[in-house]
Write a protein of this length. Sequence first.
Length: 344
Amino acid sequence: MNTVRALLAALAVALGPGAMAEPVAPPEHRRGEEQTFLTYPEWFLVHSPAEYAAYVKDRPPSDFPYLGHVAQLWRSYGAVTKATQKYPLNLGYHVMIMVIATSTTVEYALRSAYETIVGRLAELSRTRGMTDEDRYAARIAQDYVDFIRVRPWYEYDFIAKLRGLWRETSFVGPDMLRKWERKYALTTEYGIKAIYGWLIMKATKASYDEALPVTAILVDRLPEGRQAQWPELKALAAVSNGAALVTVPRYAAFKRYSAALARTGANFREIAGNGRNARILLTVLAPSEWRPSLDGSSTLFEDPILTQPGRKRTALVLTVGGLATGLRALDAAREVEIEHVYDY
């Protein structure tokens, strides 16, 4: 810690108009700038299940646009690959994306075929709306999304959900055809994902170190009363003029913390070792006619939200130094939701 403080004091001048020559964050907190782009396909596999969970609360899974999501996944991967061409090749990340994108393509293609034929026929046999199995599947779909916003998907306990399916839904009752078709479909899905997830977990733990659950950021000021408002914000070291190096939760919570800090007037000077001129990606959900007008930003791609006509996802590229200004502007925009900030 003393070494970090000495380094920060020596680099305090970097908070002025000039750019930092070296990252302030300790080495274990640094991540490559290209990862802000390459993490998008991973997060699409959170956004897509989130859209599915919202959809099947009151609509049939047979109508979900599985193949449309596959097309969006691969199209976005092409966009982020193009955006990272100037960086050294991050082969490990590309391999990981290819594995998860290919497996998702297979999964969604099979689900689309099954739901379009077998699932739809079983839906037509219902006389009393959603069965207990339909409602159980919708609840587990949302529970899964809540989990993967914080933890890797392969850690999700599909076996427990499989047991719950058979314990919490009856063997007999109204709309028997649909009940047993759903039991078959969900048993197959949860069982296969439990086995595949276990294999991926073993391979991941053998190939990669455990990722830090926090992101180190250098901010030009810290708000008063931060411990009460943001208990997970931890100070690593102080710099002159009120600036500080802190850690905040990574992944989904980073959006909440970064937006909250921006609302207080704080500005970012470094995120995960990437200085103020580094690029950072964020996505927003907005009406189809919305056009971004943030200073210094560019649009990487746009996709319609297939289950919400009139809404779209826009991927914006800002600089670290301009992120707080952009977050404040988006926060004030009507009908615009900041979906995620991709913190490397």
